[in-house]
Write a protein that binds this ligand. Structure first.
Ligand code: AMP
Ligand code: MG
Length: 389
């Protein structure tokens, strides 16, 4: 049995980097950038008015100004006629030539074209002006390759002026549930059968982290169906994810079938709980993740290895972030423990035990799981990497 870090090293080695594709900026949401993005212009691109009000040349002795003109956002820059004049300005407008101070509308009293400033002694020269280039200057690298585009990065991307951008092409992924006992939601079910949930959960994980699966399937524990079925899926997809049928049971055919299909073994069995029987193989640049069927094992392995592997292939720089966790159950002596966690009152995270690796209901409302070293004892509080759902 290999360690979790050895398993990850082997997986990272067989994942082929995804090629870049050009997409419209609006379609880049959630994708991983495959280029760096530089600033089109200084930000702000001009001295920007920050408040609706008037722009003046500050003169502490003066508290009345003659209204000269209005400077709207987007309009060409105007010039102040004299120190006794003011120009009405709108938030986002360019600061007029000859002015150095903005007085907000709340401090103004209008009497026709004569504007009085209330509390003029408190004015600071340069106030409410967002200076050109004070956030960043033109050509600054704003986003780097490997960055995931979420809302803040989308704002930066759009403001860079690019209409399209290069992102990593997502892999095509088939997700397959394997088991004679599995019945889809909505189908009639007998007392001895089980609702099929793993492929739904794995699809949900893929959907929220990287890319939705291209296709979903359910195969019985029958080599005559499994062999051609999985063979065809490997031909048609970059990644095939199976759950079930990889353990030591009489009907766990997956490892043997992989051999028949010419899939080269990358790893089988990892010193971890849950998910010890995990099997991973490759055929040319295709990778097959055969996850254990127990729902907690399947989901934990899908997050820790499958999602991380796809992120890695797409060049993502996202990693599990270390967090402080209060551990309330002891870890197994010789296995890495993927321990589900919830938000603790007052900050940090607290472990949540599951009855067995079949107890998927216990994962409800968990944030994800932390990776704890073998032998971690109940009552410890330690720093551990958190894998979020
Ligand atoms: P296996 O890895 O095939 O031995 O399955 C282990 C356990 O997980 C068994 O109790 C299965 O019924 C259950 N199981 C396997 N696949 C699924 C699935 N897709 N959804 C829910 N439970 C499953
Ligand atoms: Mg089974």
């Amino acid at each position: 049995m290999i360690s979790v870090s050895e398993a990850w090293q082997r997986i990272a080695t067989v994942m082929v980097p995804r090629p870049p594709v050009e997409v419209a900026v609006a379609d880049a949401n959630g994708r991983i950038l495959a280029q760096s993005v530089r600033a089109e212009r200084d930000q702000p691109p001009f001295d920007r008015v920050m408040m609706d009000g008037i722009a003046i040349t500050l003169d502490p002795a003066r508290d009345q100004y003659q209204l000269q003109a209005t400077q709207a956002a987007g309009a060409p820059r105007q010039t102040l006629a004299s120190a006794s004049h003011c120009i009405e300005v709108m938030t986002g407008a360019v600061l007029p030539h000859g002015t150095d101070t903005v007085v907000p509308v709340e401090q103004l009293h209008h009497d026709g074209d004569c504007i009085s400033v209330i509390g003029g002694s408190e004015l600071q020269k340069g106030q409410f002006i967002h200076r050109q280039g004070s956030d960043y200057s033109a050509a600054t690298v704003l986003l780097e390759s490997g960055q995931r585009i979420r809302a803040p990065e989308m704002a930066i991307l759009a403001s860079s002026g690019l209409a399209t951008t290069r992102v990593a092409a997502p892999p095509s992924i088939a997700v397959v549930a394997v088991g004679d006992e599995l019945v889809a939601p909505g189908e009639p079910i007998t007392t001895t059968q089980i609702r099929r949930s793993n492929d739904f959960a794995i699809a949900s994980l893929l959907h929220s982290h990287c890319t939705p699966p291209t296709s979903r399937h359910c195969f019985p524990d029958d080599p005559r169906v499994l062999e051609p079925g999985i063979g065809q899926l490997i031909d048609e997809h970059d990644i095939v994810v199976l759950s079930g049928g990889v353990s030591m049971g009489k009907f766990d055919y997956i490892p043997t079938i992989m051999d028949t299909l010419g899939v080269e073994i990358v790893l089988h069995k990892v010193a971890q709980r849950p998910g010890k029987p995990m099997w991973i193989g490759r055929r040319a640049d295709k990778v097959i993740f055969a996850l254990p069927g127990n729902p907690v094992s399947a989901l934990v392995c899908a997050r820790r290895y499958l999602v991380a592997a796809i992120d890695h292939a797409m060049g993502s720089r996202t990693v599990a972030s270390p967090v402080i966790v209060d551990v309330q159950q002891s870890a197994p002596a010789r296995l890495t423990w993927f321990c589900p966690v919830i938000d603790a009152d007052g900050g940090g995270y607290r472990s949540r035990g599951t009855n067995t690796s079949g107890d998927f209901h216990a994962l409800k409302n968990t944030v994800g799981f932390v990776e704890l070293p073998p032998g971690t004892v109940a009552g410890s509080s330690l720093l551990a990497p958190l894998w979020r759902w």
